[in-house]
Write a protein that binds this ligand. Structure first.
Ligand code: NAD
Length: 470
């Protein structure tokens, strides 16, 4: 029987990072995954989507550069594009494998199930192996939620993984759910020429974000010809007979009757209405590991479940279901197991790769008030940024939230070019409890987008240089 100090179940960004960290701390580690190392993020989510989003951005910007004197007929060889995307994914999965091995982590293919307090069975293609462990870290991730009547087994009904594996750009696509996945992939396909309609049950896209942040995204979506049906849900679908599908939508509030039904035709429908935890495959219930109503494993700040030596990290342990949160939590779990004294992060940024991008970290202004602060804010628009204009961008802003009395940064929001990168500086400032003057007196290179963060701090302090519009 194989013996290991730490058994990590699931090789996504939460699991493999936990495994590497435990290996660095001198523990023997076995990392089991039934699929490819790297999990959903690397194989079927963050990485392939960003590869395609980036390529679609290139196509779109070249096609729309006449005012800069650039005129070009752009042809996209989608087959070649997807092959390149797959090569990027393979390169990264190979890299993760190498990193695991370099840190002494034993990789094992299969499905692991806890069979008693300190033993798990790993089944792979009919073979079953038992491994004894001291600690287990469950990092089994999440799966896309299926809508009743819309089975992912039906070829025209796509989840994000299938949408990223399409071999052709669809002419028409219905996207159900205007959240992270719905908006990112809709924007990407619209830039590649797809006619996209988004069906969202609430009355705005990206409902987790404020109107201020989503307004520039809506504006660009309109410009890209994306259509929205708000306050509606997808009720049913059927084949049209000519290889296409017809999707029936109805009001989200079911008080409107047959007249309120609408029909959309498309080549495919992408269902992106959220994800649910994969907490039913590793034998957790039988071991008494507590799960909450939606199935997420309950953990404390250090990733400990109610069962002493069983930890859980990443999507399976609940919101926010973000890869970088899972990785950070994986490090904390590994360090806790190794007897170190980890400091769980104060803040976790979130980023949406729409056009423009959105990045947020820490508290919003109203959250700051709710937590007893008297907040002060500073907002700098990208239309006043020289670097943004030279990149052909003028929409969006940086907003900082600080405690008025101490000046300590509490949070920030960016919507605009490179928001996904810019939010890191604000995250650093919030995590390290820097003040508005720390940020304002740090010289930022000119001309850069990051100057907008310094200027937003100046705005909050009441002495902006490059804007008079607060
Ligand atoms: P989501 O929760 O972001 O969005 C789901 C959307 O579907 C919501 O707007 C919701 O109102 C809507 N909805 C729910 N039921 C509906 C119905 N029946 N009809 C119409 N609309 C409906 O979920 P997602 O976009 O599927 O993403 C899943 C998870 O993946 C997210 O929790 C996120 O953490 C993660 N993710 C993150 C990123 C990123 O960090 N950039 C990108 C993609 C995915």
């Amino acid at each position: 029987m194989q013996e290991t100090d730490v058994l990590v179940i699931g090789g996504g960004p939460a699991g493999y990072v936990a495994a590497i960290r435990a290996g660095q701390l001198g523990r023997t580690v076995t990392l089991v995954d039934r699929g490819d190392i790297g999990g959903t993020c690397l194989n079927h989510g963050c990485i392939p989507s960003k590869a395609l989003i980036d390529a679609a951005d290139d196509v779109h910007s070249i096609r729309n550069a006449e005012d800069r004197g650039i005129e070009a007929d752009v042809a996209v060889d989608f087959d070649q594009l997807t092959q390149w995307k797959d090569r990027v994914v393979r390169k990264l999965t190979k890299g993760v494998e190498k990193l695991c091995k370099a840190n002494g982590v034993t990789l094992q293919q299969g499905t692991a199930r806890l069979v008693d307090d300190h033993r798990a069975e790993i089944s792979n293609d009919g073979d079953i192996e038992t491994v004894a462990f001291d600690h287990a870290i469950v990092a089994t991730g999440s799966r896309p939620i299926e809508l009743p009547g819309f089975s992912f087994d039906d070829e025209p009904i796509l989840n994000a993984k299938a949408a990223l594996d399409l071999e052709e750009v669809p002419d028409e696509l219905v996207v159900v759910g205007g959240g992270y996945i719905g908006m990112e992939l809709s924007t990407m396909f619209a830039k590649l020429g797809t006619d996209v309609t988004i069906v969202e049950m609430l009355d705005a896209p990206l409902p987790r974000y404020s109107d201020d942040l989503t307004r520039p995204v809506r504006k660009k979506a309109d410009k890209l010809g994306m259509s929205f049906q708000f306050g509606r849900v997808a009720a049913d679908w059927e084949q049209t007979g000519d290889g296409r599908i017809r999707i029936t939508t109805e009001p989200a509030a079911d008080d409107a009757g047959e007249d309120a039904l609408e029909r959309l035709t498309a080549d495919k429908a992408l269902i992106a209405v959220g994800r649910s935890p994969v907490s039913d495959t590793a034998g957790l219930d039988a071991r008494g590991v507590e799960r909450e109503d939606k199935g997420f494993v309950e953990t404390d700040d250090l990733g400990r479940t109610n069962v002493d030596h069983v930890f859980a990290t990443g999507d399976v342990a609940g919101e926010p279901m973000l890869a970088h949160e899972g990785s950070a939590a994986g490090v904390v779990a590994a360090e806790t197991i190794a007897g170190a004294a980890p400091a769980p992060p104060r803040t976790v940024p979130s980023v949406v790769f729409t056009d423009p991008e959105i990045g947020t970290v820490g508290l919003t202004e109203s959250e700051a008030s709710e937590q007893g602060h008297e907040p002060t804010t500073g907002k700098f628009p990208f239309r006043a940024s020289g670097r943004a204009l030279t990149a052909g961008e003028r929409d969006g802003f940086v907003k900082l939230v600080a405690d008025a009395e101490s000046g300590t940064l509490l949070g920030g929001e960016v919507v605009g070019p490179e928001a996904s990168e810019l939010i890191a500086e604000i995250g650093l400032a919030v995590e390290q409890e820097l003040t508005l003057s720390d940020v304002a007196t740090t010289v930022h290179a000119h001309p850069t987008l990051s100057e907008a963060i310094m200027e937003a701090a100046d705005c909050a302090l009441g002495h902006p240089i490059h804007t008079f519009d607060r």
